[in-house]
Write a protein that binds this ligand. Structure first.
Ligand code: FES
Length: 81
């Protein structure tokens, strides 16, 4: 697997909590989108870990093509069919 799986073609809104750690799924295989559930094991993918800088609703990328890892940047609009 050299490309991530497109888990969904739209972002998902989530409520992030300031100071809390998150692991965004980069492989697209997780059943718990947008978060890692360990499904990347055996692939070259690893989750992107980050700490939320503020409490807010964020639109997390599920297509895995974003240029701003973790967060939707609109790239899902340009995915191949
Ligand atoms: S869902 Fe991936 S860029 Fe919007």
């Amino acid at each position: 697997m050299d490309k991530p799986k497109i888990a969904a073609r739209q972002p998902i809104p989530v409520d992030l909590e300031e100071g809390k750690r998150y692991s965004w799924c980069t492989c697209g295989l997780s059943d718990n989108q947008p978060w890692c559930n360990g499904a990347h094991k055996g692939t070259d993918f690893a989750p992107m870990k980050f700490v939320a800088e503020e409490t807010k609703t964020a639109y997390m990328c599920q297509c895995k093509a974003t240029g701003n890892p973790g967060f939707c940047d609109g790239a899902h609009k340009n995915l191949p069919e």
